[in-house]
Design a protein around this ligand. Structure first.
Ligand code: HEC
Length: 134
């Protein structure tokens, strides 16, 4: 009888364990948080600012010479060529890059870090609407 109990316990653990989410097809994005934005900012200044500019205006020292030019993140998110207002698309561009442009993929960064970047670049767009400054 004992083995039976153990077996059903195993089933229960399998069914309800949080590890289940590890195998989900589309992982849920982490919640936007000040910590995550900070992660994004650090990485952005390190990796992205040369092209996209420290202010996200696409006027980084390298970006100025590029064709097509890097995205100016200060326009409304809905007008971004690839994102079209969709944060998942921003994440996708960062993860996969854009073929035939200097926008390469950044999949060496963890998913968490890429979401940090996603939220951070989207901040450029939303910070244009005059709400309270962070
Ligand atoms: C070597 C220059 C370069 C670097 C470095 C770079 N990008 Fe880009 N990025 C580009 C260019 C060029 C485009 C525009 C391509 C186009 O319009 O077809 C672009 C486009 C994008 C877009 C698409 C926005 C849209 O929907 O139109 C996102 C998001 C983006 N970059 C994020 C990042 C992030 C985050 C980093 C740092 C991890 C980064 N980029 C680093 C050159 C760069």
């Amino acid at each position: 009888m004992k083995w039976f109990l153990e077996l059903s316990l195993c089933f229960f653990l399998l069914l309800f364990s949080p590890f289940h989410s590890l195998y989900a097809q589309t992982p849920k994005p982490p919640k936007k948080s000040p910590e995550l934005l900070n992660v994004g900012k650090k990485l952005y200044d390190q990796y992205c600012a040369t092209c996209h500019g420290p202010k996200g205006d696409g006027k980084g020292p390298v970006g100025a010479a590029l064709k097509p030019p890097p995205r100016d993140f200060n326009i409304p998110l809905s007008q971004w060529t690839y994102a079209k207002g969709n944060l998942n698309k921003v994440f996708e561009v960062i993860s996969k890059g854009i073929p035939n442009t200097s926008m390469v993929k950044w999949d060496q960064l963890s998913e968490q870090e890429r979401w940090g970047l996603t939220y951070y670049v989207a901040e450029f767009a939303t910070s244009k609407t005059p709400t309270k400054k962070k």
